[in-house]
Design a protein around this ligand. Sequence first.
Ligand code: ZN
Length: 132
Amino acid sequence: MQKIRYRNTIYVLPSEWLGVPVHFDAALSNEATQHHDTIFVGPKFLALWTEAQTWILTHEVGHWVSSVVGLGHWAKLAKDMGIDVWSDLPWGQPNMEEAFAESFTVAVEGDDTRWPEWQELALLVAEQVVAW
Ligand SMILES: [Zn+2]
């Protein structure tokens, strides 16, 4: 855990999430983002309740998994598994990157059994890189 100070309030944040370092960025305009090997969280993140923070951190780890393994690699695996990454994206996600990150999050944190093939894909890919 880490303590950060923002506008005269002390917040406690995890230092890492599933092995990926978490840093606070007071200038970040959205809740969180992943860049290289780090997850950055901003002021909007601090205002969220714990369950939402957990969901967002796991979603960003999903993006990290995708970036480390490479979209080309997991998209090929998806094709081999019979998943069409160009249409029928799960949970209303706008593109395959978001679909992958959200599938990873649902597989790890959720109890939604829809799109099981996407969840299986995300876990298979994550097993190669995540320090569980
Ligand atoms: Zn995302």
